[in-house]
Ligand binder design. Structure first.
Ligand code: MN
Ligand code: MN
Length: 290
């Protein structure tokens, strides 16, 4: 890997880690999701980066893809199982990391939270160039199952490229039989999710996170100029134009923009997540967000 590219990935990782730790310190009973998300993103910008994607604050049975909207009054409550998922970019080189906290630290979900951390560590220990995706998934599944929980089978890790948060390789959270190998010089995110019930998420309502659609990108368009091809928040569009709702509606109508739905299980389910970004180099495995 080019030394300059490597340095930028490392810097993005360091900043992403700092943002995640800061975010975890802000999640408390009565805190507004909007304030927490904006504070985390401000920290990234104040330190010379940009968010890789909008801060995700997904609660309880939600696994991913909820980001607060402008005017959002939603607050954290004691006992909430909160997935904080954030990343930073430096010149388009991205990091992506996540952790789970139980609001108020009652400890009811400590094992659920701990098992995804352990699963992530076990997955990282398997890494070497040309390991298959299914072997990484198998390590994750083994740890989560041994704690009596279900790995979420339709979520997983992914390759990362410049300005591309979800590039082609998929890293499953179980042994899905996929023999695709991780080539040297690949940057990946590994993200085990564990569920107390089913282990399969479905699409909920829109979570206020959008992305430009691949085939129709106009490089002189305002969203591309501000966010390139990484996901962006409705809040960020509101910051650059007054009629943001109408503009997003129009861009979705012409299929130039798509919206991520919140990914969730049924209401009694609780889900935890842990995530790191890792560089799989020919001679070295580097966790950029550690
Ligand atoms: Mn993530
Ligand atoms: Mn990810």
């Amino acid at each position: 890997m080019d030394q300059d590219v490597k340095r930028k990935y490392l810097e993005a990782g360091k900043l992403g880690k700092m943002a995640l730790e800061y975010g975890a310190s802000l999640v408390s009973p009565g805190a507004k999701l909007f304030d927490v998300a904006e504070s985390i993103e401000k920290l990234i910008r104040d330190n010379g980066g940009k968010p890789s994607f909008p801060v995700n604050l997904s609660i309880n049975n939600e696994a991913a893809h909820y980001s607060p909207f402008r005017g959002d009054q939603k607050k954290f409550s004691t006992g909430d199982v909160v997935k904080i998922d954030v990343g930073a970019q430096v010149d388009g080189y991205l990091s992506d990391n996540a952790t789970t906290v139980e609001v108020g630290e009652g400890g009811k979900y400590s094992d659920l939270i701990q098992c995804t951390r352990e699963a992530l560590n076990a997955a990282i220990r398997t890494l070497r160039p040309m390991i298959s995706a299914r072997q990484v998934g198998s390590a994750i599944e083994g740890v989560i199952s041994s704690h009596g929980f279900k790995p979420v089978r339709n979520l997983g890790g992914h390759g990362i490229r410049r300005y591309d948060l979800h590039s082609e390789i998929f890293i499953p959270n179980y042994d899905d039989g996929n023999a695709t190998q991780i080539k040297p010089d690949t940057v990946i995110a590994i993200e085990p999710f564990a569920s107390t019930t089913i282990g399969m998420v479905h699409n909920g309502p829109g979570g206020n996170i959008y992305i430009l659609s691949g085939t129709k990108i106009r490089k002189d368009e305002i969203l591309y100029q501000n966010f390139n091809t990484v996901p962006f928040a409705e809040r960020w569009v509101a910051d650059i134009m007054p009629d943001y709702k109408e503009y997003l509606r129009k861009m979705m109508g012409s299929k130039e923009v798509s919206q991520f739905p919140v990914l969730k299980e049924h209401s009694t389910s609780r889900i935890s997540q842990a995530e790191h970004t890792i560089m799989v180099l020919s001679d070295e495995i580097i966790v950029t967000t550690k």
